[in-house]
Design a protein around this ligand. Structure first.
Ligand code: BTN
Length: 264
C-alpha cells in the first residue's frame, strides 16, 4: 500500500466542522504537544491540530518518553478551549479514549479496550497513549492540549517495548491508512465533545463501561500506598470506584496508577 500522509492528504480526509482546523503538519518536530502549547500561548483558537510524521522528543505520561518514529503511527495533538472548571479537564482524556476506541473499531474491525483512565490496549498490549496537558488557573481552563499517539503500522518495537506494546498492523495482520483513521478519530471526538460541553460526561458512562476492561477487574492501586481491590464502576466525574480487598470499603480513585492483577 502506498500511503498518502501529509498536509494535503489529511486536509482532504477531514470530515470535522471545527476540530483539526487549521491543521499543521510537521515532517519532523520535537513533540506535537509542545507545538500546540506554543500555538495556544500565541492565541490560537480551539480546533488547531498538530500532526507529525516523526517526533524527536515525544512525551508520555509521568515524564516518560514516547517512541514516535516515522512512517508507523499517528502522532497528533489538538487544541481545546472548553468552558469547564479545571477539575473536569481529566474527563476530556476519557472522552478521547472513547473516540479513539470507536474510530479504531470502525476503521479496522478490531476491538481495542480502554484501561482506565486512558491507555488503549489490544490483546493486552498498549496500542494508544493519551497525554492531556492543561494551561489554566484554579477557576478557569485557558487551553487543553490533547495529545494522542496510535501505533498503526509499526512492524516491530525495540526490545524494551516488544512485550508490552502492539500496533494495528501486528494485531490485524495488514497495514492501515493513517489519514483515514486520523480523520475518523477527530470526527468521533467532535461528536462527543459537542455533547460533553452541554451535558457533561454522564451521557458517556454506559459507553465507557462497555469499552473499559478495568471495570470488574481485580486491580492493584498504586498511590500513597499499594493496595488490592475490585474495580466496581466509573463515576460521573470519571473516577474509578474500587472495593478494597482488605476492608471491603469502597474508595474513589482519582489518579495514580491502577494495574490489572495478573496482567502487570
Ligand atoms: C502515554 O504515556 O501513554 C501518553 C503518550 C502520548 C503520546 C502522544 S504522541 C502525540 C503527542 N505528542 C507527544 O509528545 N505526546 C503525545
Amino acid at each position: 500500500m502506498t500511503e498518502r500522509y501529509g498536509q494535503q492528504a489529511l486536509e482532504h480526509a477531514l470530515q470535522t466542522k471545527r476540530l483539526g482546523r487549521p491543521l499543521h503538519f510537521y515532517a519532523e518536530t520535537d513533540s506535537t504537544n509542545a507545538r500546540i502549547a506554543a500555538l495556544a500561548a500565541a492565541g490560537a483558537a480551539e480546533g488547531a491540530l498538530a500532526v507529525a510524521e516523526l517526533q524527536t522528543a515525544g512525551r508520555g505520561r509521568r515524564g516518560r518518553a514516547w517512541q514516535a518514529p516515522a512512517g508507523t503511527g499517528i502522532w497528533m495533538s489538538l487544541l481545546l478551549r472548553p468552558a469547564i472548571p479545571p477539575t473536569q479537564a481529566p474527563l476530556l482524556t476519557l472522552l478521547a479514549g472513547l473516540a479513539v476506541t470507536a474510530a479504531i473499531r470502525g476503521e479496522t474491525g478490531l476491538s481495542p479496550q480502554i484501561k482506565w483512565p486512558n491507555d488503549i490496549l489490544l490483546d493486552g498490549k498498549k496500542l494508544v497513549g493519551i497525554l492531556t496537558e492543561m494551561d489554566g488557573d484554579m477557576d478557569a481552563v485557558r487551553a487543553v492540549t490533547l495529545g494522542i499517539g496510535i501505533n498503526v503500522n509499526t512492524e516491530a518495537f525495540p526490545p524494551e517495548l516488544a512485550d508490552t506494546a502492539t500496533s494495528l498492523l501486528l494485531a490485524g495482520g495488514r497495514a492501515y491508512d493513517r489519514a483515514a483513521l486520523l480523520a475518523r478519530v477527530l470526527a468521533e471526538f467532535e461528536a462527543r465533545y459537542d455533547v460533553f460541553l452541554t451535558a457533561g460526561f454522564a451521557p458517556f458512562l454506559a459507553e465507557y463501561r462497555a469499552d473499559c476492561m478495568t471495570i470488574g477487574a481485580e486491580v492493584w492501586v498504586i498511590g500513597r500506598e499499594y493496595w488490592a481491590g475490585t474495580a466496581l464502576d466509573i463515576t460521573p466525574e470519571g473516577e474509578l470506584l474500587v472495593r478494597r480487598a482488605d476492608t471491603g470499603a469502597e474508595e474513589v480513585v482519582f489518579s495514580g496508577e491502577v494495574s490489572i492483577r495478573g496482567k502487570e
